[in-house]
Design a protein around this ligand. Structure first.
Ligand code: CAA
Length: 447
């Protein structure tokens, strides 16, 4: 089966979720683009968007239409060539509307798993529940009219365990996108000792067509990305609790300060507590619970996550992509309050942020902002100068930042020692292209 034939019938499981919707978007665009090539116009391309939630599927169609419009607007020149034989499409907006129609025409929303029985390729982005994944894969492979390949987006479960329990024998690999899949360039590729060469070769070709950066991770619970993220999150939460104790301040103030340090001082797109909210406090807790039993010498969990969940605060996102409240409360995507675990209510930033900023101290003049620095040709130099200045000041914010940066580096090195990552380039590329960091954790800045 050629690359193109494999993509003629595909299913995405968990299509209405935040990862599934991104995978569906990227795959629908790739399939529609193939269908527009000369010689393919008579062939059918079917992409089943399967999800248990009918409401989720209708939200998904709205997301798809909006995003495909953006995609189309960026490639009108190419689309004009593809629609060159269509005299009725004159203006750019005619072409864009036609392309949206063609992409949406590929997608078949369904709550019925049986439609996947005819697919050659299954993308899976359901809950991080190993038993459910195994059950669905076994059901599909048993009833399938083809011998489908399975690309799982699991972010934590070792692939060989799913492979063995579902009896897939070389027809599965981990194809781990990062949130949001349409924006983050990374895909972590995890193969098992049994993964067939042709499955891997297809995965590499598909990733290349999507302009994704592939980083191989060894088949170790959590892989590279969550291997770093979960330990980084544990550091952030532990630091917030210690800061609250040492300074005798309420935890919500310490959460604000650590979030600020991990964003502004470390030059990251989001502070660690915002990132936990973005992924979902429940999802982070679940990923840790999958990773923990695989790490005999290390505790991968944090009681603060459970406390938040017991208080009914989960974070995560609505199907529209809007942020739900978690450690932070959001208005128009911007943090405006922090959860007080003691009183179980949000406290507005304007009531306390000024006093916390004063405790952190002022940032050096060399401070750089994440968005501004990303495309700056002197990025590395400017970051080095900023971090060097931080090392030379005694303020609390600078001290917390240097400690945080050193811990992040230590985590990166640990991932190599544990043979999760093959080298420091892979660790750094994961954090640069999956988490949009401005620099990799394994660096000399914090030495
Ligand atoms: N779908 C499509 N496009 C999206 C999107 C989505 N869900 N969310 C954001 N975008 C687009 C925006 O439309 C915008 O596009 P244009 O530049 O073309 O207008 C672009 O992304 C930038 O968005 P914004 O200007 O709104 O905001 P920003 O500059 O702050 O970037 C962000 C937003 C890309 C999410 C950035 O904040 C970021 O990278 N944050 C860190 C996210 C992260 O770490 N992700 C990894 C999580 S861990 C994970 O995924 C693994 C796991 O297994 C748990």
């Amino acid at each position: 089966m050629t690359y193109e034939e494999r993509l003629q019938n595909v299913s995405v499981l968990g299509a209405a979720g935040k990862m599934g919707s991104g995978i569906l978007l990227l795959t629908a665009v790739e399939m529609a683009d193939l269908s527009l090539q000369s010689g393919n116009k008579e062939k059918s391309f079917i992409l089943n968007a399967i999800d248990v939630s009918p409401a989720g599927l209708s939200g998904l169609m709205k997301y798809m239409r909006e995003q495909v419009r953006k995609v189309a607007e960026k490639k009108t020149v190419w689309l004009r060539k593809m629609y060159a034989d269509r005299d009725d499409l004159v203006e750019n907006y005619d072409i864009i509307d036609e392309y949206i129609f063609d992409v949406m025409n590929v997608v078949r929303p369904s709550t019925n798993m049986e439609v996947a029985y005819h697919s050659n390729l299954i993308f899976e982005a359901i809950l991080e529940n190993k038993d459910l994944k195994v059950k669905l894969f076994s059901q599909i492979t048993t009833n399938s009219t083809t011998e489908p390949w399975f690309f799982t987006n699991t972010s934590s479960v070792p692939i060989n365990i799913i492979e063995n329990e579902a009896g897939l024998d070389g027809r599965i690999l981990g194809f781990h996108f990062y949130n949001p899949p349409a924006v983050q360039r990374l895909v972590e590729l995890i193969t098992t000792v049994k993964t067939k060469e042709e499955v891997k070769a297809f995965a590499l070709e598909y990733a290349k067509k999507l302009k994704k950066v592939i980083v191989p991770s060894n088949d170790h619970a959590g892989f590279i990305g969550n291997g770093h993220f979960m330990r980084d999150a544990i550091h952030g939460m532990t630091e917030a609790e210690s800061l609250a104790d040492e300074k005798n301040i309420p935890l919500y103030k310490a959460i604000y300060m650590i979030n600020k340090v991990s964003q502004d001082y470390l030059v990251r797109p989001m502070g660690i507590f915002q990132l936990i909210d973005y992924v979902g406090i429940d999802v982070v807790s679940f990923i840790m619970s999958v990773m923990n039993p695989h790490h005999a010498d290390e505790k991968i969990s944090h009681k603060l996550l459970n406390k938040m969940l017991l208080q009914g605060v989960k974070g995560g996102q609505y199907s529209s992509g809007a942020q739900k409240d978690g450690f932070l409360k959001y208005k128009g995507g911007r943090p405006m309050a922090i959860w007080d675990t003691h009183k179980q209510e949000y406290v507005e930033l304007e009531k306390f942020a000024g006093e916390c900023d004063e405790m952190l101290g002022s940032m050096p003049d060399s401070a750089v902002a994440w968005k501004a620095i990303l495309r700056n040709k002197k990025k590395d130099e400017l970051i080095a100068a900023f971090i060097n200045d931080l090392k030379n000041i005694e303020d609390l914010g600078a001290k917390l930042a240097i400690k945080y940066g050193r811990r992040s580096k230590e985590i990166g090195e640990q991932l190599m020692k544990l043979h999760v990552a093959n080298n420091s380039d892979d660790v750094n590329t994961v954090m640069l292209t999956g988490f949009f960091h401005a620099y990799g954790p394994v660096n000399n800045y914090f030495d």
